[in-house]
Design a binder for this molecule. Structure first.
Ligand code: VG1
Ligand code: CO
Length: 594
């Protein structure tokens, strides 16, 4: 039950332009919505009726705690009356500089995207935002949003995406709140937003306004707020052209170097088509599944070997292509494949670090690198060789923000197919694809050879992640808690033919602001440098997802050409025995193996 109270009519906006449509009949555009014809200097009836309303909530929503990356729930949950509004109100109360500021809004095009943009625009207007920037069709990748925030001096942005989670009425929806640096807001802000949702008793929204016109670039007024609809692709493309050698990549792609890119019916389609097929001259059809669909074609827009198996089969099971790549729902993840070669994301970060100076944007070298804790230490070895500082952060891009802002690192990445740099403050799928193509254009070697040479020089970190998805919450938490409690007694114990040297729950002190984040994953570090990590996902919406991360290092003198699942076989068996994974989850094998 909600009560609606009017808190007053908004002030009529000042005219910003006048277009005479039919001078003989004295018809002009309404000075507010610019679409309805009225007398000179007047507002249309609907614009006149625009009022800020205060909507009361009978009780707050208890479940709006943001996870690893924003608030993610089923589309159905987000359709609950006032649910989206509650989270937006709380965010607008917490973000600094809302009144008079600029806000960027857009999303990955999933079901609910347009409705949410309309709601957010009306709430932003009611909170005094001066300028709202959104994109044609409301389509905006997470990395492009990060760039728009930075480029326009915005106070932040609202990105509508549940990333790699499926979309549609039966799928998931999500809201990520980014700050003025273009990156995910730090925990201090997400905690504050959650705290506001817990006691929220109402929200402010502008009612009685015409629907936003999102189909073409242009400017419109929503009460006193200017809404700018921009081409969501243009600025991002210009940024990529500054970082990478488009001439060299174009030469490569116009030669005998067929590539395949899978946009997974998600947001990167328009970006990849314009860049790869448009600017770089790759043949039409290079970009597959390139039109964003509200339900991602019924798929799971997660670029890994399981959910992007069509692309994986093309590259790994045939010789049709030299290079393949895929991105996720909101365009911040990347999967890199060569001809009969899968590049694991931890290795990808290491290869980019070792070859960074081949790209114009990084020709002067790197300040440092960072990786999330579960990511393999492949990049650490390269950083050491290059004399670069290397940081280990908790899972989630928000933990790279301070290091990037402080200029301590240039590149960073996560094992979950996320790679990025200081060009923005989000991971960036197409950026990683272009970086790889830039390296390939300069080295002119197959991907598999680049990997082999890399391991010959630095050694190989055999690595795998096993995901057990949608398991019963109690089973997952019970398993996790049990291992956590066992940890102190595990030190010195035998494990997979080695000895457990350290057993802890990862905690991180941010070297820039000193903030402490604990409870970030159970680590078993073995005496030979191998390790196993257990984590519970913070992005899933059904039950719980257990992630098991496995890593074992082989120096250049060792066997570098094993199948990772075989090389890690003893660790896989040992952790199943210790944590009782199969029996406690009731699952014979992981849902996804990377
Ligand atoms: C997962 C990944 C993590 C990533 C996060 C957001 O989180 O493991 O590395 O940062 O998704 O990525 P979790 O808590 O489920 O393990 V995205 O592409 O959803 O913004
Ligand atoms: Co994503």
């Amino acid at each position: 039950m909600t009560a609606i109270a009017l808190i007053g009519r908004i002030q009529a906006p000042q005219p910003i332009q006048q277009t005479r449509l039919n001078p003989s009949q004295g018809e002009w555009d309404c000075q507010n919505c610019w679409r309805v014809r009225v007398n000179l200097g007047a507002l249309c009836v609907r614009s006149m009726a625009a009022t800020v309303q205060q909507i009361s909530l009978s009780s707050p929503f208890a479940d709006q705690k943001p996870g690893t990356s924003g608030l993610r729930k089923s589309s159905k949950q987000f359709e609950t009356p006032h649910y989206l509004e509650s989270f937006i109100e709380s965010s607008l109360r917490v973000l600094p500089g809302v009144a008079g500021g600029t806000l960027v809004v857009g999303g990955d095009g999933r079901y609910g995207n347009r409705r949410a943009i309309g709601v957010i625009a009306r709430m932003a207007a009611a909170h005094g935002v001066a300028r709202l920037i959104t994109t044609t069709g409301g389509i905006l990748s997470t990395p492009a949003a990060s760039h728009l925030i930075r480029q326009n001096g915005a106070i932040g942005g609202v990105i509508l995406s549940a990333s790699h989670n499926p979309g549609g009425p039966e799928g998931d929806f999500g809201v990520k709140i980014n700050g003025a640096n273009g990156g995910p807001t730090p925990e201090s802000i997400t905690d504050a937003i959650f705290a506001v949702t817990q006691t929220l008793d109402g929200y402010r929204i502008l009612e009685g306004t015409p629907e936003l016109a999102l189909d073409q670039p242009g400017s419109q007024q929503l009460s006193a707020m200017t809404v700018e609809v921009v081409d969501g692709v243009e600025a991002y493309v210009a940024l990529m052209q500054k970082l990478f050698d488009f001439d060299a990549i174009g030469d490569l792609l116009r030669g005998d170097f067929p590539i395949a890119f899978d946009a997974m019916h998600a947001v990167t389609g328009p970006y990849a088509t314009r860049i790869l097929e448009g600017l770089l001259g790759a043949p039409a059809g290079t970009v597959r599944n390139g039109t964003p669909l509200e339900d991602f074609g019924g798929g799971h827009p997660d670029p890994n070997l399981t959910y992007a198996h069509e692309l994986a089969e093309l590259l790994l099971g045939s010789d049709a292509y030299r290079f393949g790549a895929a991105c996720d729902g909101d365009g911040d993840r990347n999967m890199i494949l060569g001809q009969r070669c899968f590049v694991n994301p931890s290795d990808s970060l290491a290869v980019l670090t070792a070859n960074a100076t081949l790209a114009p944007g990084y020709a002067d070298g790197l300040a440092g690198v960072a990786r999330s804790m579960p990511t393999s230490a492949a990049a650490d070895v390269v950083a050491k060789d290059l004399g670069l500082p290397c940081y280990e952060t908790p899972t989630g891009w928000k933990f790279f923000g301070n290091l990037l802002d402080a200029g301590r690192i240039t590149l960073c990445g996560e094992e979950s197919f996320g790679t990025g740099s200081n060009h923005i403050r989000e991971k960036d799928g197409l950026w990683a694809v272009l970086f790889w193509l830039n390296i390939l254009a300069r080295r002119r070697e197959p991907v598999a050879q680049i990997m082999a040479e890399h391991w010959n020089r630095f050694g190989r970190h055999y690595y795998s992640r096993h995901d057990y998805e949608a398991i019963a919450s109690e089973a997952a938490h019970g398993l996790y808690k049990r291992v956590q409690e066992m940890q102190p007694a595990l030190v010195g114990q035998a494990f997979a033919g080695r000895t457990i040297a350290t057993a802890d729950d990862f905690a991180y002190t941010d070297p820039v602001d000193g903030s402490l984040t604990s409870g970030q994953g159970l680590r078993l570090l073995l005496d030979d440098g191998s390790r196993v990590v257990l984590r519970l996902s913070g992005t899933g919406t059904q039950g719980a997802t257990l992630r098991v991360y496995l890593e074992s290092y082989v120096p250049p003198s060792g066997n570098l050409s094993q199948d990772p699942q075989a090389a890690l076989g003893d660790l896989i068996t040992a952790i199943d025995g210790l944590a009782e994974i199969k029996t406690r989850t009731g699952m014979d094998r992981p849902t996804v193996i990377t």
